[in-house]
Design a protein around this ligand. Structure first.
Ligand SMILES: *Cc1c(COP(=O)(O)O)cnc(C)c1O
Length: 497
């Protein structure tokens, strides 16, 4: 299996090489040349296996330059000790039709752990296979959750350094504390004056800047990315969708072959793209429901085919979805355009130069066959948190609530009441003020006080890795302007840290 760039389909690399590089030199994203298909009866076989064995089998279809032992070893290191339970991604059933796929039982309490706990292991192995002996500098922009999950995953991993930039006023207090208190010799964290899109755009520019890359090379280093543009992040996300379907079969909730919908709270389009890949592999997924908050650029795109990022940007209670430029959409457009790299290159140029692009009627039609899209504001999400709490004593976070709310609207509008997997992306304790306000109406300005009150109301304990933050001293308090990010990178990559 090879991977090609969405902007140059003749470039063909092994998975190890794409994982090391992160982003293609032409600015494109790597995609599998062919999406592999599950064999007949394979889902039923998978349903009898544990998570790591399932992961191994699925990875093996994409990462043919790794041995099965290596893949299983990576999965076991990632998903055994660092997750609360034996099952890394448990499913909770609500009512008749909703299955909450809880992806946040890892060390940083958000779904990003599912990929970022394994990516460092992939990267270390990839460097041995295909590396040039250079040290890897992981450069990451975060809307809140990726940053901490990447820091945790790469902390003190040999042969790596990691630099995380976050929008200084665009993440929750707990998210910021999680990053500022990160331990490890090889980590650096910096706030940026600007929103996530500014931060992500600047990071992408640093990535492809010849001068900066030359300085890195002089120091025996090269860049890679822990953002969802890295194939090594996408594949572990494909695994949990296939695994969730296999779990529903194993638990007798569905028969193998039954069609199930999937609803995903979406920002950078990475998580829902993984569901799309799972569907392409042959998992009987029906509609993929793309849920947005007030930053609803994807809702408009998926319904009209026009992507227009020239619009107001809102800071919401679901900050990890406060994104107007969804990078992974490029992969979907590549696929739906019949792998037309020129077409993709042109659309992305329009996006860079004019903040917008449109896709053809043909692509819109194909999108509508698979996707449904909707959005809700903070109030809609908060009401949904309360409804789930009152009806099922179930507590969900603000991002997941967006997905449930959009799903319920979809169901009411279409009458499609098929069983639906909701990607539950964060622990409610990552956003305690908003969650408390939703369930009790109380406004408590302090996150940790709010969390204590939720514990009393719900009986659900706050995860220790979040509660202990209240006693930790921030280690990284630096902030910089967008124009200063390159300098910050250069100041950290010189010499040996
Ligand atoms: C990152 C994140 C999202 C958005 O996921 P994408 O892959 O960027 O679409 C949703 N919810 C939470 C809690 C997140 O951390």
């Amino acid at each position: 299996m090879k991977f090609q760039s969405t902007r140059n389909k003749n470039l063909r690399l092994d998975s190890a090489e794409t994982i090391i590089k992160g982003l293609s030199d032409d600015g494109g994203l790597f995609v599998p040349v062919e999406i592999p298909v599950l064999e007949n009866g394979e889902i039923s076989e998978l349903s009898k296996l544990g998570y790591c064995e399932r992961a191994k089998r699925i990875f093996a279809k994409f990462m043919t330059d790794f041995s099965e032992e290596e893949l299983l070893g990576c999965a076991e290191k990632a998903y055994t000790e660092n997750f609360e339970d034996e099952v890394p991604a448990p499913i909770v059933k609500l009512g008749e039709d909703i299955y909450m796929l809880e992806l946040w039982h890892g060390p940083t309490c958000a779904f990003k752990d599912m990929a970022l706990q394994i990516l460092p292991h992939f990267l270390v192995k990839s460097a041995k296979k295909a590396g040039d002996g250079k040290k890897t500098v992981i450069l990451t922009a975060t809307s809140g959750d990726t940053g901490k999950a990447a820091l945790e995953g790469f902390c003190d991993v040999e042969g790596t350094e990691i630099i995380v930039f976050y929008p200084k006023d665009g993440v929750s207090k707990i998210q910021k504390l999680q990053m500022q208190t990160q331990k490890g010799k090889n980590v650096r964290v910096c706030g940026v004056a600007g929103n996530f899109d500014d931060t992500q755009t600047a990071v992408k520019m640093i990535f492809t800047d010849e001068n900066i890359r030359a300085v890195l090379a002089e120091n025996g280093k090269s860049f890679s990315s822990a953002n969802s543009i890295n194939v090594g992040r996408l594949l572990p996300q494909v695994v949990y969708y296939i695994s969730a379907y296999a779990d529903l079969v194993a638990d007798g909730e569905i028969e193998d072959g039954d069609v199930v919908n999937v609803a995903v709270p979406t920002g950078n389009f990475g998580n829902i793209l993984a569901a799309y890949y799972a569907k392409k592999m042959g998992v009987p997924f029906g509609r993929l429901i793309c849920a947005s908050n007030a930053n609803n650029v994807l809702t408009d795109f998926l319904s009209t085919g026009e992507y227009n990022a020239n619009r107001d940007f809102y800071l919401t209670e679901s900050p990890s979805m406060d994104i107007l430029v969804s990078s992974n959409l490029e992969r979907l457009i590549f696929e739906l355009s019949g792998k037309d790299d020129e077409y993709v290159g042109k659309a992305m140029k329009d996006l860079r130069e004019h903040g917008k692009y449109s896709v053809s009627e043909d692509i819109i039609t194909k999108i509508k066959e698979v996707f449904a899209a909707g959005f809700t504001d903070d109030e809609g999400a908060e009401n949904r948190i309360k409804m789930l709490f009152d009806e099922y004593s179930y507590l969900c976070d603000t991002h997941t609530a967006v997905a449930v709310e959009v799903y319920e609207k979809y169901k009411a509008e279409t009458g499609d009441c098929r069983k639906t997997i909701i990607a539950s992306t964060a622990s409610p304790y990552k956003f305690p003020r908003a969650v408390l306000k939703s369930i009790s109406g109380e406004i408590e300005p302090d996150d940790f006080e709010a969390a204590k009150k939720i514990e009393v109301l719900s009986g659900l304990p706050m995860p220790k890795q979040l509660s202990e933050l209240s006693e930790k001293e921030p280690r990284f308090k630096e902030n910089c302007k967008r124009e200063e990010m390159a300098e910050f990178v250069l100041s950290t990559v010189g010499g040996d840290r």
